[in-house]
Design a protein around this ligand. Structure first.
Ligand code: MRU
Length: 353
């Protein structure tokens, strides 16, 4: 069973229902976002998280924003409101480019709709906005499946696969990116074991990936982040597969903090290191990973383990949510269009031509 992470309920006056990922694995509960403020909070506090899922949610956020319009507002006022709402949602998290990509896409669609339809009304514009958000959702489902199909060949029968954070169904509208590769390998009848890094400080690996893989009947072993190197040394890992939050034009890839260290460890042990991501995660406007903004999160995420304080008062804390893996450490990037081996600016440009 693959989790349905996001679901728009109803028509233009509808709302977004999300699996509240803050409460997994203890409880599988759904959160209703009926206005843009609730959606902003859901993204910021990681009720919905993972780059593609954030993008899909943001698209629907603009549909929620349109519900705030006065019935008398004309299309020019509606577009101005949409632009302001997109700016607001863009403040929720800085690293995953899917957020900005989806906001731009819905905004551009609405602007084009109004400029090309002289008879456009607020109602028809609201329908166009929702249709575009639905389009982003449907494409994400399709991209996830294709990523899995393109990447499953990298999972050899009997292999141990290491993953970090959560790049599964919970992080997308479909069956995930890195985990989609595993789901498709499972569909092919391959037997393999997945080692899931717990992923401190917010434990997406322990709480979400281990939960998802268990639900799917995939053999999963949970490890602390600092155990990966030792497993590699013992020959237990055949490949590392993770997702990404933003990939620069040269292939440098931002992902959950700890991914960079894994890429170095994998290189040292001659283990292939794969990134699985849809085209919506590429930011071809930036040349390299140094330009990717890295989210810094609250010190309490490190200071506490659950409700328990685990560090002395007054100690300085550093809590970046992401790091950047250099393209040269990446064996291949798996996208919905195919596989980019030894990624470089030229190969990525060719891939998306
Ligand atoms: O802070 P999060 O949980 O949103 O971070 C998520 C990740 O780093 C994922 O690996 C990435 O978004 C890829 S999801 C398909």
């Amino acid at each position: 069973m693959i989790a349905q992470t996001l679901k728009w309920i109803g028509g233009v006056d509808g709302f977004l229902e999300l699996i509240d990922q803050r409460r997994l694995p203890a409880e599988l509960v759904r959160l209703q976002c009926a206005d843009i403020g609730q959606l902003y909070e859901a993204i910021k506090t990681l009720a919905v998280r993972g780059a593609p899922a954030i993008g899909v949610a943001a698209g629907y956020g603009l549909s929620l924003a349109m519900q705030q319009l006065k019935p008398s507002a004309d299309t020019a006022e509606a577009i101005a409101h949409l632009e302001k709402s997109a700016e607001y949602l863009a403040q929720s998290r800085p690293t995953a480019v899917n957020l900005f990509w989806a906001l731009e896409r819905v905004k551009n669609h609405a602007q084009t709709f109004v400029s090309e339809n002289q008879n456009a009304t607020q109602t028809s514009l609201r329908e166009a906005v929702l249709a575009e958000a639905n389009g982003i959702y449907a494409e994400d489902v399709d991209m996830c499946r294709r990523i899995g199909e393109n990447g499953q060949k990298f999972i050899k029968n009997g292999a141990g696969i290491l993953t970090h954070c959560n790049a599964g169904a919970l992080a997308t509208a479909g069956q995930g990116t890195a985990l989609s590769v595993m789901f498709e390998a499972q569909r092919k009848g391959k037997k393999f074991k997945v080692y899931a890094d717990e992923t401190r400080p917010l434990l997406q690996g322990a709480r979400l990936t281990a939960w998802e893989l268990k639900q799917a009947g995939i053999d999963v072993v949970l490890i602390c982040d600092n155990m990966a190197g030792w497993l590699m040394k013992q020959g237990q890992i055949g490949a590392v597969i993770t997702g990404a939050d933003r990939i620069a034009a040269n292939g440098d890839a931002a992902n959950k903090i700890g991914t960079y260290s894994l890429s170095i460890l994998a290189g040292n042990h001659s283990i292939p290191f794969y990134i699985a991501a849809p085209s919506s995660t590429f930011d071809l406007s930036i040349k390299s990973g140094g330009q990717i903004p890295i989210e810094q999160r609250d010190a309490d995420e490190v200071r506490f383990f659950g409700d328990r304080k685990i560090a002395p008062d007054g100690v300085d804390i550093y809590n970046p949510a992401f790091d950047v893996t250099d393209a040269e450490n990446i064996t291949a990037i798996i996208t919905e269009k195919g596989v980019i081996e030894s990624p470089s600016t030229e190969k990525i440009a060719e891939h998306f031509k």
